[in-house]
Design a protein around this ligand. Structure first.
Ligand code: LMR
Length: 393
């Protein structure tokens, strides 16, 4: 049965975790996988999550299955967090999913059931797993221009020109905020222009929001979702609680679908739940139960927002720290995009060979594209980092 199989390639992002762990050099730095790290280089459980988990331990009285859609209290709270207070709830459905990836996978199933000949347009570049995950599910993917390497900015005109040529009914995958991997998002005006094109062309927005709260604040980061929800008849939104609740391994996310009317919404809801049953049957509960406790309690919610703000502020500070250090070690190079980007990521802007040298000679780990996770920077390691980058430039 298996004798024809070849070993699969290590994942471009997750493969770095083991490589970094096995490196015995004391000065090693991990700028690879997108997990938050504090000033001590750790990814601790949020205090508010610990509090909610203690409450859950005391109060949870069953581990019986939850349904395919997950817990209603979680779904309602997450829908409000995503779409805000003016959400068009009569046309909207939200289900609990195993992380953002589970959400994307269910969305792919729904799209294939609804219109298997539609293409999904993805930003060039996009999250390294978007293409294998959605393409592997059977969707036809096409790239739209997004990041300009020379000017280190969003190619908004080219992006809009490409989308203007997309056939009606095609799907456009967008990153709500903290674009992964570039860290550069459209401005508010640019989001309005993207929405105009989506409406004019009859395209279906599919927004991936994995970093809500990591760019500016919870509401501003959801601007694209809420603005489009006001203007389009149909859309899909995937969210993840991995980063903003630090619940990476607990797998918490949602899939929301906006339909043209409530009758269609109900049909879509039945199809989505049917798809879930054929993929993972029911979502995991623990992390979503924690999020639900936090979002449905004013004190816990306020405590969460404080911890989220701390994470965001640290990421911003680390961007500035590296930017300033590089001004000293590599004064002839422009790294201003480091501080223009938001969230966890940006491109360092070095070649794959230079990335390989940084790993081999300086024990610095990042994705081959030179995407860095700025959470891996600390006041203690920034000197080694900036000197090493200067050495390979
Ligand atoms: C990343 O982009 O590093 C994160 O979203 C983690 C992952 O699963 O790739």
């Amino acid at each position: 049965m298996f004798e024809e199989l070849q070993a699969a390639k290590a994942d471009a992002i997750l493969g770095l975790i083991a490589e970094h762990r096995n490196d015995s050099r004391a000065e090693k730095i991990d700028l690879g996988v997108g997990v938050y790290r504090n000033a001590g280089g750790e990814t601790p459980v949020l205090d508010v999550v610990k509090t909610a988990e203690r409450q859950l331990l005391e109060t949870q009285d069953s581990k019986a299955y939850i349904g395919t859609a997950g817990a209603p209290a979680f779904n309602t709270a997450m829908q409000a967090l995503t779409f805000g207070s003016s959400a068009p709830v009569d046309r909207l459905m939200t289900i609990q999913t195993p992380g953002g990836s589970g959400s994307l996978r269910v969305a792919a199933s729904l799209l294939l059931r609804a219109r298997s000949d539609a293409s999904v347009w993805t930003s060039d570049p996009t999250w390294a797993n978007h293409v294998p995950l959605l393409g592997g599910a059977g969707l036809n993917l096409k790239p739209y221009p997004y990041y300009d390497v020379q000017s280190q900015s969003v190619k908004i005109d080219e992006m809009l020109a490409t989308l203007r040529e997309a056939p009606a009914g095609d799907v456009v995958l967008l990153h709500a905020c903290c674009h992964n991997p570039s860290g550069l998002d459209p401005s508010i005006d640019e989001w309005r222009s993207i929405t105009d094109v989506v409406v004019e062309r009859g395209l279906i927005p599919f927004i991936d929001m994995a970093y809500q709260g990591f760019a500016a604040d919870l509401d501003s980061d959801a601007f694209a979702v809420r603005h489009m929800a006001d203007r389009v008849p149909e859309m899909l939104v995937s969210t993840s609680s991995s980063k903003n609740f630090g619940l990476y391994r607990d797998r918490v996310g949602t899939l929301s679908i906006l339909a043209a009317d409530s009758a269609t919404r109900d049909i879509v809801y039945s199809q989505v739940n049917n798809a879930v049953r054929t993929i993972y049957s029911v979502p995991p509960d623990h992390g979503a139960a924690v999020v639900s406790l936090i979002l449905n309690n004013d004190d816990l919610r306020a405590a969460w927002e404080l911890e989220l703000n701390e994470m965001r502020d640290r990421l911003r500070e680390m961007r500035a720290l590296l930017h300033d250090a590089l001004r000293d070690t590599a004064p002839n190079c422009d790294f201003s995009h480091l501080v223009r980007a938001t969230g966890m990521f940006c491109f360092l802007g070095v070649t794959a060979d230079q990335v390989a040298r940084l790993k081999k000679e300086f024990a610095i780990y990042m994705v081959d594209s030179s995407r860095i996770n700025v959470a891996g920077i600390t006041a203690d390691n920034v000197g080694h980092l900036a000197a090493s980058i200067a050495a390979v430039l």
